[in-house]
Design a protein around this ligand. Sequence first.
Ligand code: PFF
Length: 495
Amino acid sequence: MSEDKKSIHGTWSSRWTFILAATGSAVGLGNIWKFPYMAGDNGGGAFVLVYLACICIIGLPIMLGEIMIGRRGRSSPANSMKSLAAEANTTSAWTLLGATGALAGLLILSFYSVAAGWAMSYIFNGFQNITAESSSASFKNLLSSPLSLIFWHSLFISLTVFIVARGILKGLEKWINTLMPMLFLIILLLCIYAMQTGAFFEGLRYLFMPDFSKINPQVMLEALGQAFFTLSLGMGAIMAYGAYMPANQNIGKTAVSVAALDTGVALLAGIAIFPIVFANGLAPSAGPGLVFETLPIAFSAMPLGILFGTLFFVLLSIAALSSSISLIEPGVAWLIESLKIKRITATILLGFTAWFIGLFSALSFNLLSEFTIFGKTFFNATDFLTNQIMLPLGGIFIAIFVGWIMKKEHVLDELGFQENFIFKAWYFSVRFVAPTLVGLVFLSLLYFFFTEEESPDNEKEEEKEIYIEEMVEELEELKGFSISFRDPKTNEIYL
Ligand code: PFF
């Protein structure tokens, strides 16, 4: 094991700290903001099933691999890859994997910070007299204000830079162990509230009863991307934290605890949110605003809602912060090691870059909403590129590196495993299962792209149109008048 080698950036003071830090990285907006709306966008149970399968079969084995590379390399992901490639007598081109990971981290941070800004602004929401309509309207209001979005985005990035510049080992250890359990408790409280909305079982059914006809390559890619995103995999965040892990800590058990805590929080968030969605007649496919539109309704209706609502968004912002620091850390550690610059300089440099790219994401909800890349706004395009392309691809290469490039005896030595059944199952997964499955999902998506067949994206659009047509018909019948739509650009009347 890598007992003699230590990271120049420090080592976590105890075993518990690594678990907390990695859980801090994993649990964030991905669980509470992204998971529910992605599940809602992709038909509920079908998505959740594929997501859980991706966590167990692909995510967990790769997480073990990432922690192991980090701890053996004892430096930034890029340099850990470099030294392990040298140890395996192979090309130093593997350094690129760490470098692209650092880039993915910056890109994720750029839009993550915009969404974290929403959470921070909700701390001051007040949570009184909120109805489904007023809640949707106030979220739309927030999105339409470039200045507010940029203000909260800037504040969030500044906080991230502040913590990382001081050195995450010092800052993080202190508060993370009280705040994480508190967040957990408030989500439990929301679940209890959800139980008495009258739509609890409808919510559960939506979340856990898979409609297999809804599983298509698009849903699989989204679930796969989300599995990587939520576990902070495929870009080196967990690898960077692994470098600060004590040598005598068991990597396998640690990875299982982190993945279990992370999945638990996401599922609880879903269990709390969907009953509120159904009880208030909201659409589960409301998109990124889902949590921000539903939870305030719940807080406004419950006793002591102002207190719980405020506390919830404070904790969500902190959970986002403990994730965002791990997004920037791989790049910061790399700059410090390779350019020999100070931590503060490296952090400000990268923080500024992420802030600048993030401006386009913030403005994509208002001033730049017409500017699209392959039909997606800047915010959605960055999200798509990182989540669904860069992280899964990074994951494949990490699995290939661990399974095919590193020497088996080094792997065994670092993991502290015997060649027992668990090791064999894991090794089989990183060598064959994970790369094949991720590769297959990509291939099937390419197939959809290049064949005449209906693309899954179009199918979704069509489904939405049919839904709108049905709603309009119902409304017309109910109210006895007819509705038509005018295209704002051409002024033509349709439907
Ligand atoms: N896992 C974090 C979340 O679920 O919010 C986001 C994240 C952090 C993704 C770090 C990737 C990463 F490297």
